[in-house]
Design a protein around this ligand. Sequence first.
Ligand code: 0WD
Length: 254
Amino acid sequence: SSILAGRRGLIMGLANNRSIAWGIAKAARAAGAELAFTYQGEALEKRVRPLAKELDGLVVGHCDVTDSASIDAVFAEVARAWGKLDFIVHCIAFSDKDELTGRYIDTSEENFTRSLAISCYSFTAVAQRAETLMTDGGSMLTLTYYGAEKWMPHYNVMGVAKAALEASVRYLAADLGEKGIRVNAISAGPIKTLAASGIGDFRYILRWNELNAPLRRTVTIEEVGESAAFLLSPMSRGVTGEILHVDAGYHVVG
Ligand code: 0WD
């Protein structure tokens, strides 16, 4: 169905064809959306350009969320090309790999600050820019993980960052509701991506989910993508401030 026909959205955090952002982009395009993409640095530009082309998307430039000038630049490019925006998808997170193993208590102040800036604050920074372009209302979406709600082995500082991100979804939803802008997150089950490969014992976590989730399996980027298309579309117009678990039901048992 074309639940996103005539809607234009910006996808941030595409790294390769295993990225959750790719699953969401494919589903949004299949639902009729027109897409724009950012990339982080030259190495990823080489991967993002052909993927964007596959979906007839626009590449609006380099964006490293630790550099606010690069955020401004890509939103200026979206404004120039489209004049307005209907949705944004934020699929960005980072922690030093060395701290995604062992104990949370050993987190350094430097990595704590950097992880929170990239994995949490950046969504608010992006929301600030997107607000002015969402003149007919809109939908903002970010990605979170169950480690925000419960202790999970090795997730450490990312769990703290995701808890803050989920709280920011609620505050942004309240701030932007009057303008008809909705703000939600998908809490995805574990999926083998580049970012996930940095997490200690990740294969064990995948296996544990297969054995224990109600659906007795893990989820795919395509499944996360289709749920995302729902949250980006008017089909979810009564939903905001929500954390939707797309995790084969793991959160009811874990
Ligand atoms: O199991 C999983 N894979 C889950 C991921 C379960 C639940 C949630 N998530 C979340 C992640 O925490 C993240 O928020 O989904 C989001 C997307 O992650 P992904 O699809 O798993 O991973 P990946 O394909 O690696 O994309 C993340 C991208 C980065 O890629 P790399 O791997 O090169 O760090 O985030 C981007 C970058 O493209 N990114 C940045 N973008 C702009 N500025 C920055 C930055 N400073 N840092 C990372």
